[in-house]
Ligand binder design. Structure first.
Ligand code: GLC
Length: 515
């Protein structure tokens, strides 16, 4: 039975910022439904929705107050079902985000735990202690908050996101129901938030270095996870595979400081997919990228787990701004947008030529830069607040999509304020403008998705960063400072920029049909 997700292109929708159907400045399912033809035209196989569940939106919806409903700001369950049905009409599958490490402090179970008091079974669904340890929140500041009765609770993220106690069997039992709730509604898969979290060392020991990191620790990459995800795999595989949407999948958000930290998840019968974030964690450097790609491919070898490639998502700086500045930029003036755009376009051809699945984050296909100059008063990400502005946070990549027109809100809603402001100067980046331009980044993504290669991957020696797929396809990326000669070829399939004099300029990628 085919596993559709093994080489799928999946489009990530951040619901607040994708498309606004009711003109309140926040995206919703009605808006997304109206933009389905756009996704079909782009040619994606599936969409993944970041959380749309009832939530105080203290962390953009990754603070879930009810796992089995839709927040009224995004619509209703009926709107969700309508989207799934209409998407199926285009052959597009839907993946939903499951957030198992923590919930919102507004979740009824956490409210009940607060009310029930120390030592209660309600509190045992979370991690309450009489005294905190020295762990730090990923978002900055301590990972513990004190309640009025004196006890403290653990939150690896914001204080409004209490961690579930996965050692209490009621927690996995509850999540099994959540999984089935969405799978029964016809979703094709789950994206699992903080998949390397969940279980904690029961001793909750102090650590020598409490600075947040993604290496194995008393809170990340615990050994219990492997057996746990095998149980989720069994649930996924228990659904019929022979009718649309086919075999169900899950993709885990596993961060590691090193590729080896992900090794335990690549076993037969594990979670079907584990995100590979190393591509965007690697600098714009040929040797480094080569090493990352080689190590990533080796990781998946011999297991039935695949590691989708990613160059952007809602948590990291947009590629244009990342590749367009020598160090992480803090203001728009520090970014060379022309350089960043050239590199981001080359990275897109790399992303879509690699073997396996690729995830594309909304706006990546438009070559949007990060909006770094969002006024402090408009910032929403708890990372900004919890670090006193030392970290700008992730708002700059979550700005509402520019659809049309020459000024904000660029066709997002109908003219009122959007939940995050959009910058000036995006007129040429709108979908409308790029649709009309065969040289646009949107046109490049569409052509690349339509023309993705297949066949065996082999490095092509003698070039900076080049490989073949099958017998006659080659992808070459020039990360050097001089134009590079091309090998003998029959035709140019796609190029991220011009090829003056028949050579590949710096910061450019090309797809060739070889002789
Ligand atoms: C994941 C999400 C991120 C969120 C965090 C806490 O990393 O991708 O957006 O803030 O988990 O839920």
């Amino acid at each position: 039975m085919t596993q559709w997700w093994r080489d799928a292109v999946v489009y990530q929708i951040y619901p607040r910022s994708f498309a606004d159907g009711n003109a309140d400045g926040t995206g919703d399912f009605t808006g997304a439904l109206a933009r389905l033809p756009y996704l079909a035209e782009l040619g994606v196989d599936a969409v993944w929705f970041s959380p749309f569940y009832p939530s105080p939106l203290a962390d953009g919806g990754y603070d879930v107050a009810d796992y089995c409903d839709v927040d009224p700001r995004f619509g209703t369950l009926a709107d969700f079902d309508a989207f799934v049905a209409a998407a199926a009409g285009h052959g597009i599958r839907v993946i939903v985000d499951v957030v198992p490490n923590h919930c919102s402090s507004a979740h009824p179970a956490f409210q009940a735990a607060l009310a029930a008091g120390p030592g209660s079974p309600e509190r045992d669904l979370f991690i309450f202690r009489d005294a905190p340890n020295n762990w730090q929140s990923i978002f900055g500041g301590p990972a513990w908050t004190q309640t009025p009765d004196g006890q403290w609770y653990l939150h690896l993220f914001d204080s409004s996101q209490p961690d579930w106690n996965w050692a209490n069997p009621a927690v996995p039992a509850m999540f099994e129901k959540v999984l089935r709730f969405w799978l029964d509604r016809g979703v094709a898969g789950l994206r699992v938030d903080v998949a390397h979290g969940l279980f904690k060392d029961p001793q909750l020991p102090d650590v020598p270095d409490p600075a947040p990191s993604d290496r194995p620790s008393p809170w990340f990459h615990r050994p219990e996870l492997v057996a746990h995800y095998a149980t989720w795999r069994a649930i996924l595989d228990s659904y019929p595979a022979d009718v649309f949407p086919g075999r169900r999948t899950a993709v885990g958000e596993f961060w590691g400081d090193e590729i080896t930290h992900l090794e335990p998840y690549f076993i037969p019968g594990g979670m079907p997919q584990a995100f590979n974030f190393f591509l965007f964690q690697t600098a714009w450097n040929a040797a480094a990228l080569r090493q990352t790609i080689t190590a990533s491919l080796a990781l998946a070898e011999g297991s039935d787990v695949v590691a989708p490639w990613v160059i952007s998502n809602h948590d990291v700086m947009r590629p244009v701004s990342r590749y367009g500045a020598p160090a992480p930029a803090r203001s728009d003036a520090e970014v060379d947008v022309a350089l960043g755009t050239r590199r981001a376009r080359a990275a897109a051809l790399l992303l879509l030529a690699l073997p396996g699945s690729a995830y594309v984050y909304q706006g990546e296909e438009l070559g949007l830069p990060e909006f770094l100059d969002i006024p402090a008063a408009d910032r929403d990400d708890p990372v900004y607040r919890r670090t006193g502005g030392a970290r700008l946070g992730r708002d700059g990549c979550r700005v509402p999509m520019p659809w049309s027109g020459t000024a904000a809100p660029y066709g997002f809603g109908e003219g009122g304020a959007t939940w995050l402001p959009q910058p000036d100067g995006w007129a040429a980046l709108t979908v409308e403008a790029q649709r009309a331009d065969p040289g646009s980044t949107l046109a490049l993504y569409r052509a690349a998705i339509a023309g993705r290669p297949s066949g065996e991957f082999r490095w092509l020696d003698g070039y900076d960063l080049a490989f073949t797929r099958g017998d006659d396809f080659a992808c070459l990326v020039n990360l050097g400072t001089e134009p590079a000669e091309l090998p003998a070829y029959e035709s140019v399939l796609l190029a991220s920029g011009g090829l003056p004099g028949g050579a590949l300029p710096p910061d450019t990628a090309v797809w060739l049909r070889l002789r």
